[in-house]
Unconditional design. Structure first.
Lengths: 140, 140
DNA sequence: TGATTATCAACAAGTCATGCTAGCTAACAG
DNA sequence: CTGTTAGCTAGCATGACTTGTTGATAATCA
């Protein structure tokens, strides 16, 4: 994701207004590795800006996602998560605590076998599930 | 997935009753490569057994899923899909028509890099997205 | 300043999935 | 064959997540 300053410029250029709410969300996402949901991002935002609405958070996230500045990740765990890391990367999810980490896989493109002729692959998403070190330690 | 006959035996052994509704669902899933949602499976079932309820379809699919006879697949496209193929396989999804194919990847386990120490990977899910031959042909 | 757009609040809707009730029916054990 | 039990259906409700709408207010930016 671009820096908050770059996003401000980009929003202005596209005719979007640069409001304090949007700027707050830019800052909260910048360097954020927590893969927040709209809801959790809203909770943090509301602490810094009481009165901000969940609707606005959803709205701004949609805009950022449409602009390709954040990645939309659906891990099948209910809510969609947002990732400011838009590199070509994949995810590691702890089944116990739900924490999500970004990981990089070098073996791509992957080869596969199956009854599929002429399919043009545009993207590959890989999700590794398991137990993180912290959870393994706590349950031991 | 086991054959309908084997499932009947398994259900009986577990104290579940073998009803015509359940047997119908067993048959509809047997060898099914369409990755149906509960809803689409219900539609087909209702043609053969008018009066069957969507609730019963969901219920039976949950039972089969809990018994490990079908795989629960969430492609982030709304509804959960069910796959009677319980081998270690992955999915190829056409972004245009939504068709899902089973594929096998030989390069597993995959290696990844990232800021993750001591994570124990239990499973890997890979989803390839792109355009199937039919859609490529239609749009050309 | 003035036009446009964003925001907020409140409410609604939609999708997917599941829970609950009540009454009827059917499966299975003995 | 019969009683017990489980499953089925219909209908209604709930819950999570997300988006749409409306109308009033406020802020942005040219």
């Amino acid at each position: 994701m671009k820096t908050p300053e770059e996003l401000v410029a980009r929003f202005r250029k596209q005719g979007y207004k640069v409001t304090p709410q949007r700027q707050l969300i830019f800052r909260l996402l910048n360097g954020n590795t927590a893969h927040p949901t709209a809801e959790t991002l809203y909770e943090v935002a509301a602490q810094q800006m009481p009165g901000i609405s969940l609707r606005t958070v959803y709205q701004t996230l949609s805009e950022l996602s449409a602009m390709g500045e954040v990645q939309h990740i659906d891990l099948g765990s209910g809510a969609v998560r947002f990732d400011p890391n838009v590199d070509d990367h994949h995810h590691l999810v702890c089944s116990t605590c739900g924490v999500v980490h970004d990981v990089y896989v070098n073996q791509t493109p992957l080869h596969f076998e199956g009854d599929v002729e002429g399919f043009a692959v545009h993207s590959t998403r890989i999700v590794f599930s398991g137990e993180c070190a912290r959870c393994a330690h706590l349950s031991a």
